[in-house]
Design a protein around this ligand. Sequence first.
Ligand SMILES: [Zn+2]
Length: 445
Amino acid sequence: MSLAVRARRVLLPDGERAATVHTAEGRITAVTAFDDAPSGVVTLAGDEVLLPGLVDSHVHVNEPGRTEWEGFASATRAAAAGGVTTVVDMPLNSIPPTTTVEALRVKRAAAEGQVAVDVAFWGGAVPGDLDQLRPLHEAGVVGFKCFLLDSGVPEFPPLDDAGLRAALTELAGLDALLIAHAEDPDVIAGAPPPAGASYPAFLASRPPVAEETAIGGLLAAARDTGARVHVVHLADADALPLLRRARAEGVRVTVETCPHYLTFAAEEVPDGATSFKCCPPIRESWHREALWAALADGDVDLVVSDHSPCTPELKRLDVGDFGLAWGGIASLQVALPAVWTGARARGLELAQVVPWMSAAPARLAGLPGKGAIAVGKDADLVAFAPEEPWRVAELLHRNPVTPYAGRELTGVVRRTWLRGEQTGGAPRGRLLSRGGSGPTRPVPE
Ligand SMILES: [Zn+2]
């Protein structure tokens, strides 16, 4: 059974054109002219664009251990519905956290057989697990996540500067990537604590300089060790000059931002609306606009969801207290339409936006079989109607709380194919290792 799909608009690595995408055994075998199509070809509707399946390298699945927050079945169904064909699971919020090979085995066992899209795994770098980094790397994690301040869960403690440097020295020897939650604990300890329903008070409790200080320390450690680092969920546009300068000096650093920092602004968050609580926080609109500009200029590399849901109870919607509520935003299923809606309003093209959410995160996570419509890649495809408006209602996330609820977005994912088969039936996602070894290794040219 070999899928072929054609459309008047196909998003290819070198731009957009009419084409037929041919596949065999789950991989793309040829990209030809629109009219060069086999019988049985699927022809997209006139308002649909064929996109590569998206890669979301920042998803907290939380299973096992906190499966009531989110689980592999629900998260990956939501991913498929949102055009995401590969998710990379974060090492924390599940119990155990993915800080040992045994914990990775437990997590893979939990995921096996119930994932609707392909799933790869980050390892964790926490104090005292230096000797676990190499075995985890060899076991196939795509890189390592660390926190530079309290993570919110006790079983995943942060690294101090000495711990960060020790981890980076070890990872430099493996040429493995460290991704970091960069907020500085001392800056935050010196800020007024969050309490009550006031969003401005929450914002003041996590000031931008906390990001700049932590990023500065990370960049210095990367420079000194030669390791590769990545800043997750940048919210503070004032940190961009630091990052630009470090890159110009040859520091190996990349940076991501998230749909919520590109969609919302602090001025618009209602008091008590803890569905908007995340860390670092959604900042004032000028940060948002500067992040958009930095994406367009190539100073921010990618956009991934940081899907981090919890139960409605933990969001403390009953009291709307930003000090008590869990910080994390659920958005896996709406990431593409949310980002596209913002991009479209700013005059950006789909061909600019989609690589931020496909090719760039695939590169970050070292998954060469993913993230583009090209010969040899997995036949992960999405039929997207970029001009269709809709209002966010029922999502397939395990828990319904999201700041996107009721929001008008533009752009609908109509169909998703994973390795040549439409999603929505029995779960047939695979568990991937770094490099996409095994089933996702690209065929030789
Ligand atoms: Zn996260």
